[in-house]
Ligand binder design. Structure first.
Ligand code: CP3
Length: 366
């Protein structure tokens, strides 16, 4: 139907333009929920697999083939650019990123090198291979936002309280801002590599920003995430900004320079729309709801679609990543349901007046 990724339902919805159906993709759509993923990853470490362009291409394509989602997301990880910057880290299955020597001093911050395109050449190659394979299907590039990256570097791994992260933030604001501006540079360079090699959109994951109050987010984080997103303003691709537990931060996350604000399952999309000042929204079915019987999944999906109609643009997604034990057939069925239930008259062959056929309760056209 579309003739280029730029004309796809996904990119159009990100821009708040009319679409033939609500586009859908899933955070963590590539990964352990897929048997073909588990098979191809056998004996290959996570970071190592991110550095093999052919493997990255295959893993990225797996959910596109299987589920018929409207977008691919590059198979990589938020810590890949940190490893490329010389940080000694590993991604431990079942745990997440673990940093050998946590970054807690000025010396450690100064040792963080800002990466160049050469440091992540394998990413550029994977993106080019993917764009050639994907045809009209858009590829989403991504990176971790400065706060979420800083939390892994300072804590040394995942954290419940972010106590050490906040200790630096409150206790040594100067060092904190030095660290976050360095991370913003790394992130921006990493995203530029993906966009300049053909990614059609980017998502900035500030997964753990919900640990902060709005006031602290605005003071300690927003300037740095803004540096990343505004650095891509001229790139011509939609920018999605996502975090978990961010009900109080949605407005600020939009202000950072997002075209689309990702919403977790705690905030109904129609309420999120009111917070994001006319920006498109992405979300937000609870990933755990996929373990309920199908009629419940269908009902929840329809609720999310209905709430999403309040937005100028809605990209359907889960409220966070696919859980590893998810039945992949439920995901496939979910994609079909989203497409069918959101299909507009124009796409179904009905002659329309050219007006928006979806978002009847929306904030008006472009
Ligand atoms: O399909 C996709 O969404 C693209 C792939 C992707 C991965 N990581 C692959 C991955 C993306 C977008 C990420 C981003 C990422 N990584 C985030 C932001 C998204 C979010 O979940 O909020 C974060 C916080 C990380 C850090 C990280 N890496 C975690 C928490 C984990 C999970 C640890 C575990 O095993 O449960 C990882 C590892 C990881 N990244 C896996 C995958 C497929 C699992 C590793 C494996 O399969 O062996």
């Amino acid at each position: 139907m579309s003739s280029s990724p730029d004309e796809s339902a996904f990119v159009r919805a990100c821009r708040g333009l009319d679409v033939p159906h609500t586009p859908v993709w899933f955070m963590r759509q590539a990964g352990r929920s897929l048997p073909e993923y588990r098979k191809i990853r056998e004996g290959v470490g996570m970071l190592e697999s991110c550095r093999r362009p052919e493997l990255v291409t295959e893993i990225t394509l797996q959910p596109v083939r299987r589920h018929g989602v409207d977008a691919a997301i590059l198979f990589s990880d938020i810590v890949v650019p940190l490893a490329a910057a010389g940080v000694d880290l590993d991604i431990v299955a079942g745990t997440g990123p673990v940093v050998a020597q946590p970054v807690r001093t000025a010396d450690a911050v100064d040792r963080l090198r800002v990466i160049t395109a050469d440091d992540v050449d394998f990413v550029a190659r994977a993106v080019r291979l993917l764009v050639a394979e994907l045809g009209d299907t858009p590829l989403i590039g991504f990176a971790g936002a400065p706060f979420t990256l800083a939390s892994y570097l300072i804590e040394g791994g995942p954290s419940r309280t972010y106590a050490r992260t906040k200790a630096m933030m409150y206790g040594d604001p100067e060092l904190w801002h030095r660290l976050l501006s360095r991370l913003a540079e790394i992130t921006l360079n990493f995203l530029r590599v993906q966009v300049s090699n053909g990614a059609s959109a980017v998502q900035l994951f500030d997964s753990w920003a919900g640990a902060l109050s709005e006031a602290d987010y605005r003071r300690y984080v927003l300037p740095h995430s803004t540096a990343v997103l505004s650095g891509l303003a001229g790139a011509g691709v939609p920018r999605i900004h996502f975090g978990v537990g961010t009900a109080m931060l949605l407005g600020a996350m939009g202000e950072a320079g997002a075209d689309v604000v990702g919403v977790d399952w705690r905030t109904p999309l129609d309420r999120a729309v009111a917070a994001v000042d006319g920006r498109a929204v992405q979300g937000n079915l609870d990933p755990a709801a996929l373990f309920a019987p199908w009629p419940v999944v269908a009902q929840e999906t329809q609720r999310v679609l209905a709430e999403g109609r309040a937005a100028r643009g809605h990209v359907f997604n889960l409220g966070h990543g696919v859980l590893p034990d998810t039945d992949p057939d439920v995901l496939t069925r979910l994609v079909e349901l989203v497409h069918r239930d959101s299909e507009t008259g124009a796409a179904a062959g009905v002659v329309s007046s050219g007006a928006h056929t979806r978002h009847p309760g929306g904030r008006g056209g472009a």
